[in-house]
Design a binder for this molecule. Sequence first.
Ligand code: MG
Length: 255
Amino acid sequence: MIEIKNGEQIDRMAAACEVAGLLLNELHSFIEPGMSTKDIDRKVEQFIIDHGQVPAFKGYDGFPGSACVSVNEEIIHGIPSKKKKLKEGDIVKVDLGTVFKGYYSDCARTYPVGKVTEENARLIKVAEESFFEGIKYARKGFRIGDISHAIQSCVEAAGFSVIRDYVGHGIGRDMHEDPPVPNYGKPDHGPRLVPGMCLAIEPMIAAGKYQVNVLENGWTVVTADGSNTAHYENTVVITDGEPRILTCFDRDMNA
Ligand code: MG
């Protein structure tokens, strides 16, 4: 069942999302070669606690970190580790969420570590661009498939592929609610969008093929062909007009 949020519920989500979005911004200048993925996790946890909120990922289904930190061919659910050090040229995905007064935020970015190859830079950019193509359809009257199709078209036109096994989702009192929001699909299919729907829209893309494996730790998802990946996610509210992107503070929306 898709839960439609009222104004008060959306206010709580916006407060959760503000902390998460500002934290994503901080990480742009924080991440550098030589640090471990655990260093990023510590920073994330401290920032959330300092802002009076609760790290949503910690303990969620038993996940050990406050952020998922996934490097290169790892797409999502990377477990922070002191042993995993970032090297110049890596691309690192940080996926994080907070809880405020019972409501969740969920968002992710892909960061270059030092100087990266042109292809890696393009992969990061296309993940972001495909999100913004998708949300052109995150409006009253369109359907989930319209968002999905726009994302897929953008990614595939750039020569990359869209991960199939993991998808975006509704969000609110739980981190994962209905409806699923795939990053591939057909226009004019799926649930119709109505004001008050809250969605985590999150293109996950690979430079190579979309098939994936889960590592032995039971969490970390990697591409089967070892190709690099990028992830870009925001929590979005459907309104009577323009969608509200609650977790995005690093882009000029009028650009
Ligand atoms: Mg998500």
